[in-house]
Design a binder for this molecule. Structure first.
Ligand SMILES: Nc1ncnc2c1ncn2[C@@H]1O[C@H](COP(=O)(O)OS(=O)(=O)O)[C@@H](OP(=O)(O)O)[C@H]1O
Ligand SMILES: [Mg+2]
Length: 344
């Protein structure tokens, strides 16, 4: 299968969601609510999930969806539901010209029902879309990096991915220039980049991207998360030292890290677990990991095993994530295993 329709709809869906997240970012009211796990969620997370699922459900009504959010807060709180619905309605109207008619939503009730389609349990068979409507909500709120991430898992394997990163520069050599890129990939067909706000036509292929293949670690740069609670920055620094990496790490929120190594701004992404009991979520890795693999890299857990997307809503068979160029991955895993020898 070519998966060209899936890739095209995925790109349009994340693009439309970014029109909404951008408008919310520039407004005063963000409707921030704290979830049970103490992480923030905003009306932009809910609105983006509704818009993406609206597009997926219209175009692939038989498919299942695993989405990060659910509509419980919206059903209970009119002061979050009403502004979310206004943003969704206005974004659908305003984006018609850019993304066309990819799925309309006609009421607040329908919006909440679409959000709640993201409850699927995941698993080894069938077609399952994994959606993170705003990955890096903390980054989004502080004007840093965030991403709208959508992956299609087919029989347990990520097969299509689209990643919209509104705050990554189009040209990494000009960090203060135009911002916003969409990366996408189909397994076996490579990864491409398009500017986020240009019209996305199905027959326009995008610019192919390739990871760097630095000759040694002395030339390499690594990315890690901003939040010290999400990955073990001390162990990451120790591994970098063991490998002979001399450059400072680049810290950024969200799957923008996968985007940035996939197109060669950086070389490695280290995500050492802060606890061996934390289960990474499939929506935090589906799109980004495929894009790195299709750009020529290897993505694994800290033991060097492939990420297993076939076991539910989380990556419960894995701990942590390591993304590296093919020629360096085995050496990184050696250093990681040495660092974690007490717990592995
Ligand atoms: N304890 C722990 N360990 C690992 N990961 C965790 C943990 N807690 C949360 N999360 C998830 O991290 C997602 C945010 O992305 P990053 O961690 O890459 O960015 S950053 O560290 O915030 O900079 C974040 O995604 P969003 O909730 O979509 O922002 C979480 O799913
Ligand atoms: Mg996330």
């Amino acid at each position: 299968m070519s998966y060209s329709k899936e890739r095209h709809i995925a790109e349009l869906a994340v693009q439309r969601a970014c029109i909404l997240t951008n408008r919310v970012f520039h407004s005063r009211v963000k409707g921030t609510v704290t979830k049970d796990d103490k992480s923030p969620v905003t009306l932009a997370d809910y609105g983006a999930q509704a818009l993406v699922i609206g597009a997926v459900n219209k175009n692939f009504p038989q498919d299942n969806i695993v989405g990060e959010e659910d509509a419980e807060v919206l059903r209970q709180k009119a002061d979050v539901r009403e502004p979310t619905w206004q943003y969704v309605k206005e974004t659908i109207e305003q984006s018609q010209e850019v993304v066309g008619e990819i799925g309309s939503i006609n009421s607040a009730e329908e919006m909440m029902d679409l959000i709640d389609l993201g409850v699927h349990a995941g698993g080894p068979t069938g077609r399952i879309w994994a959606l993170d409507p705003i990955d890096g909500t903390k980054g989004f709120l502080r004007g840093g990096q965030y991403a709208v991430c959508l992956g299609l898992i087919v029989d347990g394997q990520v097969t299509v991915g689209a990643l919209a990163c509104p705050n990554l520069p189009v040209d990494p050599k000009n960090p203060d220039g135009e911002k916003g890129i969409i990366l996408s990939a189909v397994r076996g067909q490579g990864a491409t980049l398009k500017p986020l706000l240009e019209n996305i036509c199905a027959d326009e292929p995008g610019i192919p991207i390739k990871m760097n293949a630095p000759a040694s670690f002395a030339d390499a740069a690594f990315c890690e998360g901003v939040e010290s609670g999400h990955s073990n920055q001390g162990q990451q620094a120790s591994i970098a030292k063991k490998l002979g990496i001399t450059k400072e790490s680049v810290r950024m929120d969200s799957q923008a890290k996968y985007a940035s190594v996939a197109r060669g701004d950086g070389d490695l992404y280290l995500r050492l677990p802060t606890s061996m009991t934390y289960e990474e979520k499939i929506w935090d890795h589906a799109a980004g990991s495929l894009i790195v693999e299709e750009a020529g890299g290897i993505v694994s857990d800290v033991r060097g095993n492939p990420l297993n997307f076939a076991v539910g809503r989380t990556l419960k068979k894995n701990n942590g994530v390591i993304a590296a160029p093919k020629n360096l991955h085995a050496k990184v895993i050696e250093a990681v295993k040495d660092e974690l020898k007490a717990v592995l």
